[in-house]
Design a protein. Structure first.
Length: 386
């Protein structure tokens, strides 16, 4: 492997084992109390302020953040364990997911102390939710083509434009938006974009639902018309947001949520296989588990690099590309492997529900958070091939 990609062997610390048991007990209690249904395949994509507040009380949000902002000052590897358990259990994490994973860290890096002191403790309590305003109708992969603009006015900026595919914009309190503040220069087409904290309750914001393939309302079009954003909500350097967006995406890309979103299909396959699967089925399950284990090892390695203060952009892209391709192929692999005649009629309905739902969401897995082609471009650049 080239020296340009570094995936150091990493193991989870001993403290992680006790934490894992604690999270499992928490999730079992939440499910028992009827606050979510682990057997509902769509549960993991749900937005539940109630569940997020419970996660906040348990200390599972802002785990790595400073105590002065309500955080737990724990390690990225401990956070990894919590993320892994929440996703594997199909817990309804979406209310706090974006803020915990990427918006909070962006604020800590680029926002004022006053904004951090106001917003971060509310995120940690599971009460304040964020969305990501990067993609636009004509600029998804090519973020540098963004046209939604922020023009200077007294005391701040006036924002006009459209964002699209904005997950849970209809429930979020804030958006971190990538906006054009200057035209690109001849020397650098990435120049001219700035990151802003946008209060979603501001006048001039309209959120229009987009229904996804599974018939759910998760993402939206967001229209911004003469929205006022105060100077204090500018995040980082004006015109230089491309640098910030790149490191933000490293947080987004390599977590266990990038290969566990449809993991219930593998669990269902193992259940269907029973204790004595035939050779073909045992070989198929073994292959899937071995691949999953390798992906997990790589993903833990990226978490350990974040822990060490690095920004593993190429490694994160590699894990996301391999992980999302693996989970996208999973429903079809399971369908090919499952011993149909042995499926008990009662279980068959559940199994087919899982298969149907995972098949419907599979196409999005290699699009959200960066498409396969874009990730491979980043990996090639990291390897010095372009
Ligand atoms: C479920 C889901 C949730 C999302 N949530 C959010 C969100 O919350 N906030 C947000 O900002 N965005 C969000 N997105 C948008 C997502 O980031 C974009 O869809 C993605 O970046 C692709 O952009 P696009 O749809 O404009 O496609 P395009 O960029 O038009 O790409 C179309 C195709 O062309 C390929 N392509 C594009 N450029 C190149 C190139 N240079 N070389 C080779 N191939 C190329 C792409 O790989 C793709 O296959 C979400 C998307 C999904 C599916």
């Amino acid at each position: 492997m080239s020296a340009a990609i570094q995936l150091d062997p990493a193991t989870l610390p001993d403290a992680a084992r006790a934490l894992r048991a604690e999270v499992r007990a928490f999730l079992a209690e939440e499910a028992r109390a009827g606050r979510f249904d682990p057997s509902d395949p769509s549960s993991g994509g749900r937005f539940s302020p109630e569940f997020s507040r419970r996660c906040g009380e348990a200390g599972y949000i802002g785990m790595t953040w400073p105590r002065r902002f309500g955080g737990g000052e724990r390690s990225f590897l401990e956070r990894y364990v919590v993320t892994e358990e929440l996703v594997a259990a199909n817990a309804p994490v979406w209310a706090h997911w974006v803020a915990d994973r990427q918006s909070g860290p962006v604020l800590m890096r680029y926002a004022s102390e006053a904004i951090c002191a106001d917003i971060l403790p509310r995120i940690v309590r599971g009460e304040c939710y964020f969305c990501i305003g990067m993609s636009e109708p004509d600029s998804g992969s090519d973020l540098f083509a963004a046209r939604a603009r922020a023009e200077r006015v007294p005391g701040g900026y006036r924002v006009n434009g459209r964002k699209v595919w904005t997950s849970y914009a209809h429930r979020a309190h804030y958006m971190i938006a990538l906006l054009r503040t200057s035209p690109p220069t001849k020397e650098d087409r990435r120049h001219g974009l700035t990151s802003f904290l946008v209060d979603m309750s501001s006048d001039g914001i309209e959120v229009n639902p987009i229904i996804n393939l599974a018939g759910r309302h998760d993402f939206n079009e967001v229209v911004l018309e003469d929205v006022f954003v105060p100077d204090s909500h500018l995040l980082g350097e004006p015109d230089l947001a491309w640098k910030q967006a790149t490191s933000e995406l490293a947080y987004e890309r390599a977590g266990p949520e990038r290969f566990l979103e449809t993991i219930y299909m593998l669990q269902a396959l193992v259940e269907q296989a029973g204790p004595e699967p035939d050779d073909r089925l045992a070989e198929g399950i073994g292959r899937l588990v071995a691949q999953l284990s390798a992906l997990r090892q790589m993903s833990v390695s990226v978490a350990s690099m974040l822990e060490a203060g690095k920004v593993p952009v190429t490694e994160a892209a590699l894990v996301k590309d391999l992980g999302t391709n693996w989970e996208q192929a999973l429903p079809a692999r399971v369908r090919d492997l499952v011993p149909a005649p042995s499926v008990a009629p009662g279980n068959l309905r559940d199994f087919e529900t899982l298969l149907g739902y995972s098949t419907l969401i599979a196409p999005k897995l290699t699009i959200q958070g960066g498409t396969r082609e874009i990730l491979r471009g980043i990996i090639a650049r990291g390897l010095g091939l372009r």
